[in-house]
Ligand binder design. Sequence first.
Ligand code: ZN
Length: 168
Amino acid sequence: MTELTVSGNMVASVHYTGTLPDNGEIFDSSEGREPLSFLVGHQQMIPGFEEEIMGAAVGEKREFTLTSERAYGERDEAAVLQIPREQFAQLEAEAALEPGMQLVAQMPHGPSPFTITEVSDETITADFNHTLAGKALTFNVEIVELRAASDDEVSHGHAHGPDGHQDH
Ligand code: ZN
């Protein structure tokens, strides 16, 4: 019997910790949670993450640093918008607007998260870039479980949980 390794159309369950190489800050981790399960080869993950764990077997650990192009992409300054403050009047009646606040705009193509970066009397500066855009990211990954995906998972393009029984 050949050993299973991470490859296309496998469901991989992994534990991971993501840190910013600049300052060591942890931005995301599966520690204390269930491992993350995903279908390999269907753009469920940022591209570099999958590429770096290809061929790994269960129990194997890998550490790698991705440039922003292989993670969440470059920042796009055109995605930083000045929005008239009066459009936030309804929200502002309930909560003070502050830099760093994360909100979701209902756009024609669906919900778009953004971060308020500046608040002035007249305008709100809203940054629609992913908070990790433009950043290099370091990951420590351990492969916890591997199995072949079911036909349903492959046609849906996502994993149905660690054991394949969570359809959705
Ligand atoms: Zn499904």
